[in-house]
Design a protein around this ligand. Sequence first.
Ligand SMILES: [Fe+2]
Ligand SMILES: [Fe+2]
Length: 265
Amino acid sequence: MTTAGVSVAAAIRAVLCERDVRSKVMNARKVARDWRLGRLAFAFDVAMPEAPGRPDAPELLLPARMPKRGKGSEHGRVALWHALAHIEFVAIDLALDMAGRFGAGMGEAFVSDFLSVAADEAMHFALLDRHLRAHGSHYGALPAHDGLWSAADDTRHDVAARLAVVPMVLEARGLDVTPAAIDRVRAAGDERGARILERILDDEIRHVRFGANHFDAAAKRLGEEPGNLWKSLVFRYFRGNLKPPFNDSARLMAGLSRELYSALA
Ligand SMILES: [Fe+2]
Ligand SMILES: [Fe+2]
């Protein structure tokens, strides 16, 4: 995979810096494809940006300033899809930053895994944005929550901390809450929306598993017992408790044992 001229880091950096929504989504998928096809060199000659490029809309608000969603109304439904689209949009950058910032030390398989995650997140975003448009809205029409990138920023110096918090806490939380969301959306008659969420849930199990596998490898390299290291990093970098109920079966498929996360609930 090291024959081409452009470095994978430069290609990733360009997508991270991209501010246009459509370009970021298309180019995230392109960089994953180019890497898979051997068109990018395993080389890390540029640093990742401190913060990714963001479009002018949505307006980003502190979590406490986000308007309430008004469950059950059409506006509440649009607000839910918009919030989910925003999570996926930020997830593109989280996966790209993982590969570009830590790939040099973690190796080619790590880059392959997290670029495939970035491509999945771009697809999730595209599905949700299309669904929003079917509801007469679009990504950027409402304000969005500004808290998601902070987990990446807090762990920018430490791959084990990043893996412990982003895939193994935040994405794992998605496994817990998505089945109930699927039921609610289906009960409201939105079968297409329910199918989108089912696909996302399937993919997210794989994302958490990539995180857990590479975390184990990182812990072993440090000579640490993975469970103990995970608990200490989550305690230090994740502000807030892990909230039950947990989706134990999905978590188990993703390689997270109940014994591990129940200790932090
Ligand atoms: Fe996703
Ligand atoms: Fe994900």
